[in-house]
Design a binder for this molecule. Structure first.
Ligand SMILES: Nc1ncnc2c1ncn2[C@@H]1O[C@H](COP(=O)(O)OP(=O)(O)O)[C@@H](O)[C@H]1O
Ligand SMILES: [Mg+2]
Length: 269
């Protein structure tokens, strides 16, 4: 869509982008909460879970938490569950580990991964962390098998803390009987709710600042409309906020109104 709105509002880059840099993250109490629980689980070599609806900020909070682990000390493996199958997950982990081997056997893949983790910990003296994003997509059989991946030396070593993030259905999957061996390692849970109205106002001004602008173009009614229309969820708020800036610019209005948000909402899901 046209970027004339950027010139109109004097924005140095695309507003409310899908992906932001670590140092651009708004460190909300929720983000800090995820980081503290993440650190705690990593320190104990256990697991943590982050849940929240689509667009609530899970992946961003995880990136923030992982970024504070020193690269000389920690090796972080970040995979995103896609198809939900275990072999697909193992392939992604193997790829993240930088190993040029693959197999269609679960047992072989488990052993490849565990040997490499052992090498990181014992050989290279590094600590390892596995982050599995979109874990709510994983099939039940994956949860039943995950604990074999994290058991070292007859379960006496906690070498591979696993952080799972996903939609709230992830909790149901972890409560299932076959998931218990893995779930019993979970020591911390965060659930990301949508932002409240004040949080949303700060979020909007934060993103405008990232574009080099100190003025808040959003009227109170527009903030309310974005908050209601998005349910406080950030991805949807991004689209409403950017769309309403475009609608306001089309009318040469320096203030975004609730009507501009309504126009934007007619274009998105
Ligand atoms: N703390 C934050 N500060 C600034 N932008 C954020 C923050 N959290 C999320 N976002 C933005 O909101 C959108 C959705 O976040 P994301 O982490 O992808 O959500 P989820 O993983 O829960 O679907 C992204 O565009 C992201 O850049
Ligand atoms: Mg995500």
């Amino acid at each position: 869509m046209s970027d004339t709105y950027r010139t109109f509002f004097g924005l140095s880059k695309e507003a409310f982008p899908a992906q932001i840099d670590i140092d651009e993250i708004l460190v909300t109490p929720e983000v800090t909460g995820v980081k503290n629980r993440f650190d705690y689980a990593v320190r104990l070599g256990c697991s943590a879970v982050v849940t929240g609806d689509v667009g609530s900020g899970k992946s961003t909070a995880l990136r923030y938490a992982a970024s504070s682990l020193h690269a000389s000390e920690y090796k972080v493996f970040y995979v995103t569950a896609s198809t939900g199958s275990i072999i697909e997950l193992y392939r992604q982990i193997v790829e993240e580990l930088g190993i040029d081997r693959s197999s269609t056997s679960r047992a072989v893949m488990t052993s490849i991964i565990k040997n490499e983790i052992r090498e990181f910990v014992q050989g290279k003296k590094m600590k390892t962390v596995l982050i599995i994003d979109e874990a709510s997509l994983l099939r039940m059989e994956v949860f039943a098998e995950l604990h074999t991946l994290v058991q070292f030396e007859k379960d006496s070593k906690t070498w591979l803390p696993v952080i799972l993030a996903g939609q709230p259905t992830l909790i149901d999957k972890l409560q299932y009987r076959t998931s218990i061996p893995f779930a019993s390692r979970i020591v911390a849970k965060s659930h990301l709710e949508g932002l409240d109205i004040n949080g949303m106002r700060s979020y909007l001004t934060h993103h405008l600042k990232l574009c080099g602008v100190d003025t808040n173009f959003f009227s109170d009614q527009a903030v309310t409309a974005i908050h209601q229309g998005s349910g406080g969820l950030l991805r949807k708020a991004n689209n409403l906020a950017r769309g309403s800036l475009i609608a306001a610019a089309a009318e040469k209005s320096m203030t975004v109104s609730a009507e501009h948000v309504r126009i934007a909402s007619s274009e998105i899901f």
